[in-house]
Design a protein around this ligand. Structure first.
Ligand SMILES: [Zn+2]
Length: 227
């Protein structure tokens, strides 16, 4: 009764469409849960995300949960996760994706899930890394190991807006480190980010993992920007 009363005064809105949630809904409404544009990329080894990395890095599998459309429901959801502290929602959406990835023949050999770390300054400013919560949710949904501390991002060397694409890429590559190599060697690692745009950041972190002995790398994000 008390919670009904509280939600009457402070209605909780769907993070995607803004409609008021009923008490059985959490973070996003049922309508959005089924209407947001899923890609189903994890059902195919060749898809727009895996093709994005062709000729750049030899990954096992790659996928994104949703299509990102500017001004659409996925953008609102990602914005809430990234900037408005909706960590639980990140976890929940990650879990929904994880339960789908678990049944994919391209992802079911994953051993370890690592989020792409934020730049330390950004993390300090924002207080959290949204990808940690997405990756943790995916790990729970898949029933796989998760560790947010194995992949690190170095603070230096990152102002790159005016550099050429090639120099920029080299720069990006050198900013990641695997902290405990023995914990990653020999594993099939799934690297998780919130959104894939050019793929440069996720490629650099994947490269850093793939340089270790016997590792395989796959990639998953919540959304893919349409080019
Ligand atoms: Zn909604």
């Amino acid at each position: 009764m008390l919670s009904d009363f509280i939600s009457l005064i402070y209605p909780i809105n769907c993070l995607s469409c803004g409609e008021i949630l009923n008490k059985n809904e959490k973070h996003i409404c049922l309508r959005c849960k089924y209407k947001l544009p899923k890609t189903d990329f994890h059902k195919f080894s060749e898809n727009p995300v895996s093709k994005l990395f062709w000729g750049r890095i030899g990954i096992q599998s790659a996928a994104a949960y949703y299509y990102f459309n500017k001004g659409g429901g996925v953008q609102h959801l990602l914005h809430a996760i990234k900037y408005r502290g909706e960590k639980e929602a990140a976890n929940e959406i990650g879990m929904m994706y994880g339960t789908e990835l678990k049944d994919s023949p391209f992802f079911n050999t994953v051993d370890l899930i690592l989020p792409v770390p934020l730049h330390p300054k950004k993390k300090k400013l924002r207080g959290y890394n949204q990808s940690d919560f997405i990756a943790e949710g995916i790990a729970n949904g898949m029933g796989k190991a998760f560790n947010p501390d194995l992949l690190a991002r170095n603070a230096a060397n990152e102002s790159q807006t005016r550099k050429s694409r090639f120099v920029r890429w080299e720069n990006v590559e050198s900013i990641f480190d695997v902290v405990d190599k023995s914990a990653v060697e020999g594993k099939h690692v799934l690297i998780v980010d919130d959104i894939i745009t050019t793929g440069a950041t996720i490629e650099a972190s994947a490269q850093c993992v793939q340089n270790l002995n016997g590792t395989k790398v796959s990639i998953a994000a919540l959304a893919l920007t349409m080019h």
